[in-house]
Design a protein around this ligand. Sequence first.
Ligand code: ARG
Length: 463
Amino acid sequence: MSRFRKDPDPRFWRLNRSIEFDWRLAPYDIDQSQAHARGLLEVGVLSEEELERIDAGLEQVRARMAEPGFEFVDADEDIHMAVERLLGEAIGPLAGKLPTGRSRNDQVATDVAMVVQAHSLRAIELAGATMERLLGLAERHRDWPMPGYTHLQRAQPVYLGHHLLAYFWMLARDVLRFQFALDSASVMPLGSGALAGVNWEIDRRAVADDLGFEHVSANSIDGASNRDFVLDYLAAASACSMHLSRLGSEIVLWSSSEFGFCELDESFSSGSSIMPQKKNPDSAELLRAKSPRVAADYAAVIGMMHALPLTYGKDMQEDKEPLFDAIDTVELCLDATGGMLAGIEFDRERLEAASGDEMLAATEIADLLVRKGVPFREAHGIVGGLVRDAIERGRSLSELTPEELRERSEHLDEAFYEVLRRESWLESKRIEGGTGSEALTDQVELAHATLAAVRARVLEERS
Ligand code: ARG
């Protein structure tokens, strides 16, 4: 019996049905149902014997869904209804006791929070592995000079190790963001019921302990309507994918003949179907291109939640596809980045030749004048004039004569030529966080400590 006399229109059914994508919640839904059943025992809704049958029945459902060729039936609206149906087939009418004290509203919120917890941790683990690769590469290329860029114009020389570590720190911040998502998903909505709480005084904290939640939601209305943890995951995933896109983009440039700074391993490149000579950096291009869709996943969910009246609305069923898409995309990209970096080869000569451009010493010369008491703005203008002289006369800076220098400033003497001898430009960046060798050594040490903390975090969460 039901309130309805009519069957759903097939068009409505297709619109309303979420099993096509929420089947991925199955293991979480079953774990949750087992914990909920234990809660129902405590309040006397289930006997010991009934709890055992439900628990075993849910294990049967888990096994059945894992069977090859298993398919949902047309009447399965979503994963929660499907599990309920399968449990009924396994243990009969007793299955009907399980929905006591639970609504699909707090049930789905709890499943999704469990997904966010699991995959935030997975993202931290994968980011940690990529950080390890970057750190290894940075250590191996610690003292390889290369040009640093702004506006994609050669700006100042840096060590390749220093440049690679920039990505390490981006991922270190991503780890913090995923950690935030994990914490935000560690508040259990179950017990919120449809919106007002339920009539059974189930020990929510015991259920939360059972399921690995740190806290229980303080307000049932918020519990049923909150999807912030999805947004927190998507924000972390967006930032992380954006970072990988910048790395991908640089590798695309660097592996071109024009730059010739690096080469990807064949196993992360592809050929052309028409041009036999081609070796394309597809892996790096795809890192670049996957990122906007993750940001779009964020936009989809925040747009769906925007102005949504409390508490649950069917709109919220639309949180899952973007979430799953972002999970799949960011995990694939992090994993592939690690593999791609494992086989990358840098070309020391090309990097060094590009960083040997004397113009990159312009700031050094300005600072030389500052040391002689010239205000920096004035020094900047003097050096700008020298650069123009050199370009107009078709010479390099060091080919300017002492007389030509003096025309620009009385403070320019032998020290000018000294500064143009190269290593000094890099080694003068002794400041904390700078590219100078000693500062870089400190940075590498800090990176090791940061990585160790990430690893310890993962171990702790997994234990
Ligand atoms: N499939 C639904 C979702 O994903 C489950 C919750 C349904 N709740 C309801 N009141 N109809 O959001």
